[in-house]
Design a protein around this ligand. Sequence first.
Ligand SMILES: [Zn+2]
Length: 249
Amino acid sequence: MAIRTILTLDKPVLRTKAKKVSRFDAYLQRLVDDMWETMRAAPGVGLAAPQVGESIRVLVAEYEDQAVALVNPEIIKRSDDEVLGTEGCLSIPGFVGDDVPRARAVTVKARDPRGKEIRVKAEDWFARVLQHEIDHLDGVLFIDRIPKENVRRVEEDELIEEGEVEKVTTGKNGKQEKQPERNERPAASVSPSLPGKGPGGRSSSSRPSSRPSSPLTSATSAISTTSATSAVHSSSTESATAATRGGGR
Ligand SMILES: [Zn+2]
């Protein structure tokens, strides 16, 4: 197994619709193994193959006791109710998006890495992670699903990553409880902590400066350098504040 470089926003592969997998061979097994290792080292809770430069429909995701490696995943059922949540992405280090709408529950049909057909039912936060990752396979990022002003730099003490959490749960109409104000911390209720995460502490010295104006534009330009961002869930920030590395600015 090997840790692969996680590509950032400026790479075209992240904007490309990935191809279906037709061969369940050793190459695929190795890719999946590497993706597990890469995701856990980041640390993250989900990773899609395009994020490591492979434009094929493969993802890994892990939350609590659920860990799945899905090949050619398709959402075959989604709940009518939609929830809003804050998401980050390993490919967009240093930024999060508030109030990203997702179906609260989904059923995904896929194959496992050996080619066996499987179905995964996911709710709440795990459902969000799967939708985020499946989006990657279509070249879609969370920033495409929200207005620009919902994208903000993440504060040093609330780094959030790939597929992060339900922050706000709403009914169908998506009533928003908060404004995307950049200094606001996520509600404490949100973020389920993950066991055993976090090599912890690469240090971070540079706190991003506060420039609320046009966050997306600055995001895009700021992001090109780093390959991976280590991040923690907001609920565990006190003990494990990891950091963006260089995170651009
Ligand atoms: Zn992502």
